[in-house]
Design a protein around this ligand. Structure first.
Ligand SMILES: Nc1nc2c(ncn2[C@@H]2O[C@H](COP(=O)(O)OP(=O)(O)OP(=O)(O)O)[C@@H](O)[C@H]2O)c(=O)[nH]1
Ligand SMILES: *[C@@H]1O[C@H](CO)[C@@H](O)[C@H](O)[C@H]1NC(C)=O
Ligand SMILES: *[C@@H]1O[C@H](CO)[C@@H](O)[C@H](O)[C@H]1NC(C)=O
Ligand SMILES: [Mg+2]
Length: 574
């Protein structure tokens, strides 16, 4: 693919003469290019030299006002796709020909077959450089995890050994390899969130995460760990996953409830420990299941080599409330609102078929515009819509927050040579909203002269969780949303959470309409890009009473879109 042809913006070098056209706005440092990393070296140098000259007065101003020059240069050039490497301490920044960091600050490792998963290496050309840097400790733990997974993964000697134990029904006290088996369940957005949660749990408890492939997991995601597989082998002896439900006698909650074994408090159970246990952590779980989030129970669970987990919720925030993991989690994520951002970009790489959908759509409709706005519309009504109150809410939000221009009845006189363009990427099961917005900007000019284009990749009309092409498109659309500059999302939607987390974007979230009425205000900016845990426990493990878990620590708060939900925010004080 010739990446030179997908430049999003005219670069200062390509502009004939910005001075000669008074209607033309000045070049902004925000401009970014998907292809800059592939520019020939001399052009990079030329751009760099011209940019330095152009920005010189600004540098002087900034250095006088005390803002770090280095940081400014770094930020503006990283956005351009350059990597500016600082010279000796205090010395001037030097430009480097190195392409953008393909390994996302050490999050990813090399050594994969590039052709088997193109997105792993190509996504960096489409995405802005993240402003969040993974901690060295997280990187270290990820490398350790990769080694563990390779040692204990499918078809290894150690794996075979624990499978034999599982088949024989014996539980040996100190198994070398312990596992979490994730059951494929619920909408794709939910699945991505629960996989990330389960991976973090595996990381914290030194377990190996294995993924039930369900109907389409292998078709959607590349293998994330080098030289091994995260897919649960098809001949895995426990295969009645669909029978694992709230009522199952194998569930940890029911075993506690029925006194099959009891926790004596010091991790020593009364009764025989089974070789595997089912953890029911979906939204309908009961009080005994919720004890999973208590330190004491974790002591006991440590002794069980196989944990089979079903969830449809992002349960990470409650892990942050457990004293046992507090120190470790703080080291892993000094900035607490980056958990899904880092883990998501580490784990979820679209397969080539999904990547094709992402790439072609992006290059056809989003690569060339000056700016993009993603609008993710999820309506929780039984009828398909479109609904007027939802359209009013979208337009009310984007107008109030100045994300999109107003329209006017006044036709502008004359034609300016430079026209700023903005693309709106709408994702929705219904096509009505984007058709409406597109018409609005066709029938009327925008007050600021911007040219607005409106695109919607698919309108699948209703949810079809098990259909393959359907979920490929859903995944591609979440990914495309994550590539936009500004994001508007819907309340309660895991689809939107995934997009915001991967993109490192703090969206404006539209409140859930009640009684088919547009809420006032229609939306608000979120506190953090973290997903919301929709069904957290409200239990104090020590006092054994109910408690508001959203009021315990400053960094776990109730969500903007759901009063009882919990989410991580980057705050150390109330
Ligand atoms: N292609 C596409 N599919 C969508 C869209 N919205 C919902 N879907 C489909 O419906 C499913 C909704 O499940 P999730 O991905 O969990 O999204 P959610 O917003 O949490 O929705 P619910 O699970 O229904 O509460 C997706 O996986 C898609 O299959 C959309 O905008 N585009
Ligand atoms: C583990 O068992 C599988 C078959 O179940 C076999 O193909 C594989 O070679 C075994 N691995 C080792 C290291 O023995
Ligand atoms: C819902 O809206 C209708 C009119 O649109 C109104 O008559 C009704 O009282 C409202 N119900 C509630 C619970 O607000
Ligand atoms: Mg969902």
């Amino acid at each position: 693919m010739d990446m030179k042809r997908i430049r999003r913006h005219p670069s200062p070098v390509e502009d004939p003469d910005p001075e000669s056209d008074p209607a033309r706005p000045p070049a902004t440092p925000e401009k970014r290019s998907a292809a800059a990393g592939y520019m020939p070296a001399f052009r990079q140098l030329a751009v760099f030299a011209i940019a330095v000259l152009m920005l010189l007065p600004l540098f002087l101003l900034l250095s006088r006002s005390g803002i770090s020059l280095d940081r400014f240069v770094k930020a503006s050039f990283e956005k351009e796709g350059f990597r500016v490497v600082s010279g000796e301490e205090g010395g001037p920044p030097v430009s480097s020909n190195a392409p953008k960091d393909r390994f996302l600050g050490g999050l990813l490792v090399d050594g994969f077959d590039e052709a088997s998963c193109l997105s792993r290496y190509q996504s960096v050309m489409f995405r802005k450089v993240s402003s969040y840097i993974p901690s060295p400790y997280l990187l270290k733990r990820l490398r350790n995890y990769e080694a563990l997974h390779k040692r204990c993964g499918p078809a290894t000697e150690l794996y075979n050994k624990t499978i034999d134990q599982l088949k024989s029904g014996r539980n040996v006290e100190s198994a070398e390899c312990n596992y979490v088996v994730w059951i494929s369940y619920s909408g794709l957005g939910n699945r991505i969130l629960t996989l990330a949660s389960s991976f973090l749990y595996a990381l914290l408890t030194n377990r190996v995460l294995l993924v039930d492939r369900g109907s389409d997991m292998a078709d959607l995601f590349c293998e994330p760990f080098p030289e091994t597989s995260w897919l649960l082998p098809l001949d895995f002896p426990i295969n009645q996953f669909s029978s694992f439900q709230k009522e199952s006698s194998e569930s940890y909650g029911n075993m506690l409830k029925n006194n099959v074994f009891a926790n004596s408090g010091d991790g020593v159970p009364k009764g025989k420990i089974p070789p595997y246990i089912y953890l029911h952590l979906s939204h309908d779980y009961g009080d005994h299941d919720k004890l999973f989030f208590c330190d004491e129970e974790q002591l006991l669970l440590q002794k069980i080599p196989w944990l089979v987990l079903r969830s449809d919720n992002y349960f990470v925030p409650s892990l942050f409330l457990m004293p046992a993991y507090e120190k470790e989690l703080h080291q892993l994520f000094p900035k607490r609102d980056t958990v899904f951002h880092h883990l998501g970009r580490y784990l979820f790489h679209p397969t080539n078929s999904v990547w094709g959908l992402v790439k072609r759509y992006y290059l056809a409709y989003l690569a060339k515009v000056d700016e993009s706005v993603g609008i993710q519309i999820r309506v929780f009504e039984t009828e398909p819509g479109p609904f007027q109150h939802v359209l009013d809410q979208i337009l009310g939000c984007t107008r109030k927050e100045k994300l999109l221009p107003d329209v006017t009845l006044q036709e502008p006189i004359g034609l300016t040579a430079y026209i700023r363009s903005k693309a709106i990427l709408v994702t929705s099961l219904n096509s009505g909203y984007s058709e409406n917005i597109r018409n609005m900007y066709w029938e009327n000019p925008a007050t600021n002269g911007e040219i607005i284009s409106v695109y919607q990749p698919s309108h699948e009309e209703f949810q079809q969780t098990e259909k393959q092409t359907h979920n490929r498109k859903a995944w591609a659309e979440m990914y495309l949303l994550s590539l936009t500059d500004t994001l508007v999302t819907s309340s309660w939607s895991t689809f939107g959470y995934v997009a915001q987390g991967l993109g490192g974007l703090k969206p404006w979230i539209m409140f859930k309409p009640e009684n088919r009425t547009t809420p006032d205000p229609p939306c608000r900016r979120v506190m953090s890009m973290e997903p919301c845990f929709h069904a957290p426990p409200f239990y104090d493990c020590k006092a054994k009473t109910g408690i508001d878990t959203g009021a315990l620590v400053p960094y776990v708060r109730h969500c903007e879109d759901m009063d009882w939900g919990l989410k991580l925010v980057d705050r150390d004080e109330w």
